[in-house]
Design a protein around this ligand. Structure first.
Ligand code: FAD
Ligand code: UDP
Length: 373
């Protein structure tokens, strides 16, 4: 078999590149994935109760990037969806990101009003302040508030998820969920927030339905390397695995997902409930909020973080820390030696904590480089 491109990994990164190369350059692509399905970690399917579940954890689409939104809109209709998250704190459920509602739920009325006033005076209504920055506040009442939010919402959750304290990770990690000086209780504030109306797997099927694209599932690229001739390759798996861990395995976090179908219409009062303290899992998501289905039963998923062991479990999260970035650079040097014959991209290929829209954005930019004369 002879193709122009071998693309490894049929997640958002690999599939976007396959689609662009096939439709815009008219070149042929063999897209392989060692899993039995396309869509990578965004893969969804209907469970026995008919609930659309996300096999690798809840995926909510959100972006501020019009280009990415327009691009994906070619392959799906959207169901508008605004995700809401509550965290269990001292037996109460408060919105996360921590906001003015959370403040009023946790504090007696008079101190909540005073802290609200202070937050607005110091930062302005609508401000988003990463927790690590708020802890540095020169105002003592605000730094005491930040310490409390840090301890009750961030510390336990982050230790479970990463086995690091928030300050030992890149600040962008906890910066994803900044304190929000607002009554807006949505988890994301992006311009575009929606779920693919018929699910992610269907979106991918439409994206990849092109005569120039052949998809090979249950196929590790190493198994077929000798049998397929190709000009260039894109690799969206883990870059350290590609180079046989010559510079040691890059650290990742893994997860176990525990799905449970419950014989009631609704299980919980929000799409996701976080358990920063006291449980082994970090959060419970009720899939029907995401899918918008009306069904008599419901399915929830609990996420249990764990160490990644190469070959034994999935590498889900690159761990954003300086020393890991340095180790990743050693792999980038290996990649440079290949003189562009293999391009690396994606959450695992780039070793970056991308959301789906960022993975698509990265793939679209890489395509522009490929297509440039
Ligand atoms: P992946 O989806 O990981 O695809 C890589 C593919 O490469 C995999 O399918 C893998 O099987 C394949 N592969 C690897 N090695 C080989 C090999 N040797 N041979 C063949 N195939 C191989 N993003 C959001 O925007 N919103 C969310 O709500 C959200 N929630 C998330 C929740 C969880 C629990 C996780 C883990 C991620 C979440 N994300 C979310 C991030 C999202 O999953 C990623 O941004 C996106 O999947 C990245 O796409 P990718 O193509 O780079 O990687
Ligand atoms: N986080 C936290 N408590 C929360 C929610 C988030 O400590 O209630 C921290 C934690 O470190 C987490 C990070 O913020 O890993 C990013 O959260 P996000 O929900 O974006 O994580 P993801 O959905 O990517 O797993």
């Amino acid at each position: 078999m002879k193709v122009d491109w071998l693309i490894v990994g049929a997640g958002f990164t690999g599939s976007t590149l396959a689609e662009r190369i096939a439709t815009q350059l008219g070149q042929t692509v063999l897209l392989v994935d060692r899993r039995s399905h396309v869509a990578g970690n965004a893969y969804d399917k209907y469970d026995e109760s008919g609930v659309l579940v996300h096999q690798y954890g809840p995926h909510i689409f959100h972006t501020n990037c019009r280009k990415v939104w327009d691009y994906l809109s070619q392959f799906t209709q959207w169901r508008p969806y605004q995700h809401r998250v509550l965290a269990v704190v001292d037996g109460k459920k408060v919105p996360v990101p921590f906001n003015l509602t959370s403040l009023h739920r946790l504090f007696p009325a008079s101190s909540a009003a005073r802290l609200e006033d202070l937050l607005i005076r110091h930062h302005g209504y609508g401000a988003k302040i990463p927790i690590l920055r708020l802890r540095q506040s020169a105002n003592q009442e605000l730094s005491a508030l930040a310490d409390l939010v840090y301890e009750k919402i961030f510390l336990g959750y982050t230790l479970k998820q990463w086995e690091f304290r928030p300050e030992d990770l890149d600040p962008s990690v906890t910066g994803r969920v900044p304190v929000h000086v607002s009554w807006d209780d949505r988890y994301f504030q992006d311009t575009y927030q929606a779920m693919p109306a018929r699910g992610y797997a269907e979106l991918f099927r439409r994206m990849l339905a092109h005569p120039n694209i052949e998809v090979g599932l249950d196929t590790d690229y190493r198994r077929i390397q000798g049998q397929v001739r190709f000009n260039r390759m894109v690799f969206t798996g883990a870059i350290d695995e590609f180079f046989d861990y010559v510079h040691g395995p890059l650290p990742y976090r893994s997860l176990t997902f525990e799905f449970l179908t419950v014989d009631c219409e609704w299980y919980q009062e929000a799409g996701t409930i976080n358990y920063p303290n006291g449980e082994r899992f970090t959060r419970i998501t009720e899939q029907k909020y995401l899918s918008g289905q009306a069904l008599p039963r419901t399915t929830i998923v609990r996420e249990y973080p764990e160490k990644h062991v190469p070959g034994q479990n999935e590498a889900y999260y690159p761990i954003p820390r300086e020393e890991n970035r340095e180790q990743h650079k050693l792999y980038l040097r290996e990649a440079a030696k290949l003189n562009g014959s293999v391009l690396f991209a994606g959450r695992l290929g780039d070793y970056k904590y991308y959301n789906m829209d960022q993975a698509v954005g990265r793939a679209l930019r890489l395509f522009e480089e490929i297509a440039a004369p």
